[in-house]
Design a binder for this molecule. Structure first.
Ligand code: ZN
Length: 509
């Protein structure tokens, strides 16, 4: 019987947001609950001579830097659990390390790398470690050196998370069943790109990730993987990496260098996967568009990549432009994280509400004269309210609305918890099923969402769309962020006179 322990830590977290991700943000799984994440345990598809032991896994939506006490307690439970299994009669022969790879933790520059070093020290040189990751994770030298095998997703948007975990497990079993050396090669590619440029469904990402399967076949590899790296953390490890593994030393090296060179050549071809515009231009386009609904992505504050969700960088100028006219389509701003304001609101209340940017107190509040049109307890966003603007340009019309005149509306959804309006059902709970204005039964004119590329429901509903290059913790214009710790030279921050050194580092285990 061979015994394999499994577990890990899964979050991508921005160092540019003041939000701290902690206990409340994580789902912690153990025992049978964690075993369900690894379906090959139940049906023993990799062999009946394997015993899989789930230890602990903590996963969260993207956020800010992880609270150190929370991380330390998870790490202690994980390592102590493995130590206990090491001392059991069967011992431990393999570890499946199930991580994202972009956890920013208070006081740590390379959380997963430091974890892998501790793990290797604990289990010793003979236990095999196989790692499953997100392609937006980072592979530092420490992580690479401590793990025998590393792989990551091959799709963005990610539709292959379960199969990636399964591939990492299968590679681990393969490693346990061989007594011949396994080689792995890493090439660091000095590029850092925002996710909105690196979808694998459009070029050049499509062709680059399309190389993986033919390369594995041509060189008779075990695996080949491409990490884009995480662009919103200020750490030396954040950049592109390729890792290739197999049993043919020369082939592993050659394939890694071929893939690394292709990644570098594609470097300057990566571009936004949809239309982009500066904030003012995006607003002008949206307010004047005859297409409804017209979506604006508030990209700089996307909670799906670690944004705080409270930025006024788009709301403030959008509201001002709407009030100034001349075009006033119905606008829905979804949404603003307002943890103090949202729970305090009552249906029918009318006031000039002060909208604050909690994460940046230096920003002046936005006075928002409005009526509380709806309040509800949302399964994801906590206590929520819809604020509908009451301004000189629509107040009179609002009063006469029952006479049949349609007033222009400008609504803001405020939420108690960080929230991303990414699916139609989220809008339906807020009263905007099928992106329709409940007052007119017509499509909403302009809908803003804190997101990058549109998720499927939104893409399907949208009649027009622009990604506003707004300021924020996940600013798409990386050069404008205050990076200090990155490894240089690095695209797009530095000029390259020629090609960088793309030689592979080769290790054997
Ligand atoms: Zn990702």
């Amino acid at each position: 019987m061979m015994r394999i322990v499994a577990g890990g830590f899964h979050i991508e977290s921005s160092t540019f947001t003041p939000y701290i991700s902690g206990t409340a943000d994580f789902t912690v799984r153990r025992g049978a609950d964690l075993a369900a994440r690894y379906p090959w345990i139940a049906d023993q598809r990799f062999g009946e001579d394997l015993e899989w032991v789930p230890i602990v896994h903590a996963g969260a939506l993207p956020g800010g830097v992880v609270d150190r006490d929370f991380y330390d307690s998870w790490e202690a439970e994980f390592l102590t659990g493995i130590e206990r299994e090491l001392q059991s009669p069967g011992g431990v022969q393999g570890v499946l390390l199930d991580i994202h790879g972009a956890a920013s933790v208070e006081g740590m520059m390379d959380a997963e790398g430091q974890l892998a070093v501790k793990l290797r020290d604990l289990v010793g040189p003979d236990v095999r470690i196989s790692t499953s990751m997100d392609l937006h994770g980072n592979v530092s030298p420490d992580l690479f050196e401590s793990c025998d095998l590393l792989t990551c997703y091959r799709t963005a948007p990610h539709i292959d998370s379960p199969e990636t975990r399964e591939r990492a497990a299968e590679l681990l079993v393969q490693a346990l069943r061989t007594d011949q050396p396994i080689y792995r090669a890493r090439v660091a590619v000095p590029i850092l790109l925002p996710g909105e440029k690196t979808s694998t469904v459009v070029e050049p990402g499509k062709s680059l990730y399309g190389m993986i399967k033919p390369l594995i076949a041509d060189y008779d590899l075990w695996d080949a993987a491409i990490w884009m790296g995480f662009p919103w953390a200020d750490q030396p490890r954040c950049h592109g990496v390729v890792v290739v593994s197999g049993q043919d030393q020369a082939g592993v090296r050659a394939a890694a260098e071929e893939l690394g060179a292709a990644f570098w050549r594609a470097g300057t071809d990566f571009d936004f996967v949809g239309p982009t515009a500066p904030v003012e231009d995006a607003i002008t386009e949206a307010l004047n568009s005859p297409q409804a609904p017209f979506f604006i992505s508030d990209t700089g504050d996307n909670p799906g990549a670690g944004g705080y969700g409270d930025s006024l960088a788009l709301l403030r100028p959008l509201f001002a432009a709407w009030v100034a006219g001349p075009k006033r389509p119905s606008v829905l701003f979804a949404s603003l994280f307002a943890p103090d304001l949202a729970p305090s609101l009552e249906l029918g209340q009318e006031d000039v509400f002060e909208l604050f940017q909690e994460s940046d107190p230096s920003q002046p509040a936005l006075p928002f004269p409005a009526l509380v049109e709806k309040v509800w307890d949302d399964e994801r966003a906590g206590r929520c309210a819809v604020l509908s603007a009451v301004t000189p340009v629509n107040a009179q019309l609002l009063e006469s609305a029952q006479l049949g005149e349609v007033p222009p509306t400008f609504r803001v959804i405020v939420t108690e918890k960080r929230m991303q309006y990414a699916a139609e059902e989220d809008f339906a709970r807020a009263g905007f099923a099928e992106f329709t204005d409940p007052m007119t039964d017509e499509p909403l004119g302009v809908v803003t969402v804190k997101i990058g590329y549109l998720e499927p429901d939104l893409a399907q509903a949208s009649k027009g769309w622009v990604m506003a290059l707004s300021e924020g913790a996940v600013n798409q214009d990386l050069v404008s962020l205050d990076f200090r710790e990155l490894s240089h030279p690095l695209l797009p921050f530095d000029q390259f006179a020629g090609d960088p050194d793309l030689a592979a580092e080769l290790l054997e285990s």
